[in-house]
Design a protein around this ligand. Sequence first.
Ligand code: BDR
Ligand code: CA
Length: 317
Amino acid sequence: SKKLLLDVDCGVDDAQAIMLALAAPNVEVLGVTCVHGNTTVENVCKNTLRVLQACNKLEIPVFKGAAKPILGNSLSAGHFHGEDGLGDAPDPNAPGLDRLQEEGAVSAMIRIINQNPGQVSLVATAPLTNLALAVRLDPSLPSKLRALYIMGGNTESRGNTTVCAEFNFAADPEAAYIVLNDYHCPLYLACWEFTCYNKLSWEFCDAWLAQDTDKARFMARIFRHSIEASQSERLQKEFVAGTGFVSCDSYAMAAAVDDSFITESDHYPVSVELTGTHTRGMMIMDTVGFLKKERKAFIMKKVDMEKFKQMMMAALK
Ligand code: BDR
Ligand code: CA
């Protein structure tokens, strides 16, 4: 089976991505590491435990990671995910934070990857602070990964957080820079515009949530806030083109779960802009060779949407 390690800032689409992975056949989730992002790292830990509980998978270890980016202060995305990161639909029976592992996320990441050399696919759907800290402590880490899948960055400088930057990169540009430059392993990117071009229709979402299962009812509760937010005029502009829901993190997860999910990708060196009035946190793609960088990332362009819908449906079964 495939071994996955997930790094999340458990908002609503992270929850969807985690559930997709947990439902996938032949996939073993070795652990979930948490980081600041959509909400505080404490909320991220609580949300992750709630998602695992909804899937009867509380035995999967959850680790608390960085509370802030390498420089500056955390962002948050309460306008979209709800202030608590999970749609502000609290559950009185939610597991307590005493369910967290004592070991920190960065040490756990280093330990788990070293214990399974060449076997772990790391899936990061959050600001990349934990990954950046991990490679600074253990520079050999990337060489021991099977592959790294990231939801983040952008290809057409259409941001969702600043004019030019996507949230996960904007929330910690230095970390994104370190990861794109120092993770010398196969690297797959689900960038913002790509996810927007592959929205799920509202009709699909209705059918998805209408499944008669506890998981679907859980999703319907935590999802309501983002559905309403998505329909605002402002967010429809951010969502680049067309209407529907963008479950961004689920694309990175689907690619990690199923090798045949990506049907076409670009293959270019990538980096991140660290300075600039409007461009800090923007991903750059070197289509010509100016950077003289040999290592290239696979930038998702086309995916099997039928497969995606099947995986999403299965996530709530
Ligand atoms: C990313 O930012 C977060 O709000 C989402 O969970 C996703 O990881 C999209 O830009
Ligand atoms: Ca996320």
